[in-house]
Design a protein around this ligand. Sequence first.
Ligand SMILES: Nc1ncnc2c1ncn2[C@@H]1O[C@H](COP(=O)(O)OP(=O)(O)OP(=O)(O)O)[C@@H](O)[C@H]1O
Length: 267
Amino acid sequence: MKEYNLSDRHIISLKEEKLALSTDDLHVWYGTNEAIKGVSLDFEQNKITSLIGPSGCGKSTYLRSLNRMNDEIAGTKITGEVLYEGVDINSPQVDVYEMRKHIGMVFQKPNPFSKSIYENVTFALKQHGEKNKRVLDDIVESSLKQAALWDEVKDSLDKSALALSGGQQQRLCIARAIAMKPDILLLDEPASALDPISTGKVEETLLNLKEHYTIIIVTHNMQQAARISDYTAFFYVGHVIEYDQTSKIFTRPKIKATEDYVSGHFG
Ligand SMILES: Nc1ncnc2c1ncn2[C@@H]1O[C@H](COP(=O)(O)OP(=O)(O)OP(=O)(O)O)[C@@H](O)[C@H]1O
């Protein structure tokens, strides 16, 4: 196993007026295990940012901390800030339920509810009190169109979501997340359980969505990060070692650990 000097870092900052979200000296512990060790990153609006790095380096932990999904895990402690519209989302005055309307999440394994396609997309809207059938119909159509699923399901909206293919289910989960009209979409390896054709469709969907949303995605697939993201952050043992435009990370990385990782010579 190669030794890397963890003090070698290259992390760009972005202009404040373009930021959708940022973290400042974020630390996350599970009990005594410090999984994130002081990560400061800026995320630009209407761009896709990939989080890459070896297994166990903290990518999912970091992603989950961006909309407080770690709150669900007992024994978690967080310090530092996650700033959204100038407010730290961990502040006591923040309503988590409301905040997650703005910062939505899609998980690795497609997890549609055991309900119809229509009800999957409208479920959270109804929970938030939307009852108007025309409004709901419009949101179902626009969300499924944005998730590039409408043409495949428009004649079977009453069909169970569980009868869809894995790739269709994942695009349905994306539609379900965007039905709430979030600003930011967090995705944890959304295509890892999918075949190459479905993966291609999900990637195409994400590229179309960035016109309206800021997207942050964890991926183990280097080609995927290179294909779809504008920025890439390389995580290693709880630190971000390098953060830059994706083209630079993959062609001219400044740090040896990043170069070894993206070229498959790591460790
Ligand atoms: N729910 C949890 N409870 C306790 N420890 C956890 C939990 N989730 C992750 N960890 C620990 O935090 C560290 C970072 O894990 P994390 O899943 O964030 O890494 P990752 O880079 O996303 O890994 P992978 O690529 O394998 O998904 C690891 O040491 C892991 O064991």
